[in-house]
Each structure stands twice: as C-alpha cells, then as structure tokens.
Design a protein. Structure first.
Ligand code: 4AD
Ligand code: MG
Length: 439
C-alpha cells in the first residue's frame, strides 16, 4: 500500500490553500487545496467521509478506492493536505464537499491521544491542562482564547480613545509593590529581587510625565490559596490617570466593561451563544454601593460583619445573590486598603476606593491615591512598611506629582465572566497555581 507520508512540506505550496469556511457553492467544479486536522472519519466500505478542521471550521471530504484504504491507517488529528474538486453535498452541515483526488500526510498524530480533543469523551481539567496544546483543538476551547484575544484588542482600542498611553514596566523589582507578603523572591546576581505583584508604583510615577498610562501584563502573587479565581500568575489591565478621582475611574471602568460586553453580543454573538452567556448588558450604569450599605444588606441576610472587617467569601456569595451582575463596592475602610489609597478628608476611616464585582467575583480594585510625599511616608509607617525601601518611589512625589487615580482589572477574571467559566484555569492557557508549574 502506498504511504501517505510526504517527503517534504515544500513539495506543495501550502500557502495557496483555501480555508474551510471560505468554500461555497461558488467553488463547485474548481480544484482546490485544503489543509487541516482529521476530526472524523466515517468508513462505509466503498466510500468514506472525512471531516477535517482548520482554524476557520470543518470541511467534508469524500474518498473512494485506494485513497480510502490508505486513510484507514491514518490516526485522527493527523494533519493532511487535501486536493480535490468541490461538489454538491447531501450533508446537512456543509454547503459543499471536496471530492478528494490527492491526500498528503503532513504530520501524523499518535494513537491514542492523551485526551479526546473533540470533547466527545470528557477529560478532567487536570488532564486537559496537561495536554493544553491539544485541548485547543476543541472548538469551544479555542474560541475562549480567540475571544480573549479579541477582548484585549477592544480594551486597548478603548483606552487609546481615552488618551491613555500603553507602557511596559519591569517585572523584576527590588521591593514589594503592594506591601504584604505574597511575593515571589529570588536571587538576582548578588541581590534579592522579587516578581512584580502589580505595576502600582511605576504607573503612579508615570502620571508625572505621561498623565494617563495603562499596562497589560502578567503579575505574580505567592498566594497559597487554592481557589477557582486565584492564580500565582495572572494578567491585569492596570490604568492610572492624573487629575481624575476614583469616581472618574469608575466611570471609565463602567464604560469599558459595558462597551466590551455589548460589542461581544453584536460582533461575537456566535461565541457568546457557545459560552451560554446570557448576561446581555442593556444598562448604561453599574450600581455603586458603599461598603457600609453592603454591611446593612448582609445584616438583613443574617450575615453580621463589623465595620472594618473584610468581606469574607460567604459574605461575597450572599452579596452576589442580591447583586448577581456587575456592581461597585465603594468607600472601603481605610485600614483594609494599601498604603497608597487616599482617605476621605472628613471621614478618614473611609477611603476613596472601589472594587468592581460580578456577583461574588472581584474583577477590579481601584482608588484615588495619596500624592503628597510626606503623607505617603507616614502611610507607609502606619502600615508597618519601611519608607527606606520605597525611597526611589517617594522622591518622585517631590517632582510635581499630580493628584491621580487608577485601578487594576483582573483580565482573566473578566474572561471568566465573558466565557461563563466557573474556574479561572479555563481561560488561562498555561495556568500557574500552588501545584501546577508545567506545561
Ligand atoms: O485587587 P488587586 O490586588 O489590586 C491591585 O493590584 C492594585 N494595585 C490595583 C489598583 O490600581 N489599585 O488586584 C487587581 C485585580 C483584582 O481585582 C483581581 O481581579 C485580579 O487583579 N487579581 C487576581 N486574579 C487572579 N489571580 C490572582 N491571584 C489575583 N490577584 C488579583
Ligand atoms: Mg482587590
């Protein structure tokens, strides 16, 4: 039997191929080249049907004779180049089909594969993540990441339109950004260095020269928590703007989130249906609920939280029942917030801060910053941090630091909401958590 193995991919001009989604009745009678992964092969004896997937969708090929018997030896998910004539089809799912005249095997898949990428045989998330590259051959999964890419582009376009400048700040840093203990430390030549928890200090400093900045990057937190919404490495969309207050930042976040989701329902409706996301946002305002009001709401549900306490997981779950969609929790107790957050002048126990929630899930944290160097130094001391470790940062506050505000949006968490995923690992290609360090 003739082998399908090709000698070299250069034998065929793979660039002249046509994509599966592009072939239509207009092509009937034409001889075309298609490439893809064999997803299905139905062998009826004298005739066989293959379903082959490329990045745009599937096409059907019809085979007979020697080609059919040769294909019997080729495992599914192998990559083939198909040449054939486009013809009418009786199949319901396809407009046309390819009467296969030549097949070239470009890459053979092993058999059996570690997971079934069609999703017909279910695999655990761990097994899927172990074989992530193959997992992406599943249509629904690859669409999560195509949508992720689309949303990143929307966010960038939105922020450019608001005069924000995209920046890149170091991820190898010499001292903690947020204070706190959840830092990954390592040896940096003869010094101690850390992986950045956020771009907080840099983005604040940059308002001095650029006024409005944003950064989209990975950040690192040594959080030992094993939850469906925390990873050790996550992507955040951070922004910072001079001369805006936390209310203005909430306006920006509100417009960013609403316009993004509305855009998805218009331009990516097929994907939103695939994700079974029914959260169509028709509102133009996201409710702003004070921390104090949240305590009252929780009390009426029998969940007693004293002023100054953080909202626990069960409390957030209960709030999520009252407010199942997006809402802001504003004016958090100052003592719950990091050193850089400004308090209310007349009520210093409350801060000019907010979180954007989606039900129980925190998506954004932000606020107005302290911009006076002496007061910032005192804040560090109050939080038990050493101003000497922040001397580079503090000196910039003496160079004409503008009043400024900003926020950090957990991009993976926004993608959880958009793709209707209950586990953050679904929306991150290669998640890192307390246990997972590979692939
Ligand atoms: O709430 P966080 O810690 O706020 C900051 O980093 C501030 N510097 C932001 C600011 O400008 N004030 O982190 C911001 C967001 C969170 O709301 C959450 O969505 C996400 O980042 N996030 C995580 N996502 C996944 N895994 C983790 N371990 C995360 N930690 C924070
Ligand atoms: Mg937060």
């Amino acid at each position: 039997m003739k082998s399908l193995e090709s000698e070299s991919i250069q034998n065929e001009n793979t660039m002249s191929r046509i994509f599966a989604s592009s072939i239509s009745k207009d092509h009937i009678g034409q001889n075309l080249t298609l490439i893809g992964w064999i997803e299905d092969f139905r062998d009826m004896g004298k005739i066989g049907f293959i379903s082959v997937r490329d990045m745009t969708g599937n096409f059907q090929g019809v085979l007979t004779g020697e080609l059919l018997s040769t294909l019997r030896d080729v495992p599914r998910q192998s990559v083939i180049l198909v040449k054939g004539t486009i013809q009418e089809t009786k199949a319901e799912n396809f407009q046309v089909e390819v009467k296969v005249e030549k097949i070239e095997l470009l890459s053979k898949a092993t058999n059996p594969l570690p997971i079934d990428p069609t999703g017909r045989v279910k695999s655990s998330m761990d097994k899927r993540l172990d074989s992530r590259a193959l997992d992406l051959r599943n249509y629904k999964i690859s669409n999560i990441f195509k949508t992720r890419s689309y949303v990143l582009n929307l966010i960038r376009k939105f922020l450019y339109s608001r005069m924000f400048v995209e920046v890149n700040t170091p991820k190898i840093i010499g001292s903690a950004t947020e204070g706190g203990a959840d830092l990954f430390g390592f040896e940096y030549f003869s010094k101690k260095a850390y992986l950045a928890q956020s771009p907080q200090l840099y983005k604040e400093q940059l308002t001095l020269g650029l006024e409005r900045v944003f950064e989209i990057s990975s950040y690192f937190r040594a959080e030992p928590s094993h939850t469906v919404r925390h990873l050790s490495e996550f992507v955040s969309v951070d922004l910072e703007a001079a001369f805006l207050d936390y209310g203005d930042i909430m306006d920006i976040v509100q417009e960013l989130v609403i316009s993004t989701i509305n855009d998805l329902f218009v331009h990516r409706n097929k994907e939103m249906t695939l994700f079974e996301n029914k959260q169509e946002i028709l509102i133009d305002k996201i409710p702003r609920i004070t921390y104090q009001k949240c305590l009252e709401d929780l009390k009426s549900l029998g969940e007693k939280i004293e002023f100054g306490e953080d909202l626990s997981d069960p409390a957030l779950k209960k709030l999520g029942e009252i407010y199942p969609s997006f809402y802001f929790i504003t004016d958090w107790p100052t003592k719950l917030k990091p050193f850089y957050i400004l308090e209310h002048e007349k009520k210093p126990e409350l801060s000019r801060s907010f979180d954007l929630q989606y039900g129980y899930l925190e998506i954004v944290s932000g606020g107005t910053r302290e911009h006076h160097s002496e007061r910032l130094r005192n804040k560090l001391l109050e939080k038990g941090l050493d101003p000497k470790s922040f001397s580079d940062h503090l000196q910039t506050f003496e160079w004409g630091m503008p009043p400024h505000s900003g926020c950090g949006l957990g991009f993976d968490r926004l993608m959880m909401m958009i793709t209707n995923s209950t586990n953050i690992r679904e929306v991150v290609l290669y998640p890192r958590d307390t246990e997972r360090l590979s692939p």
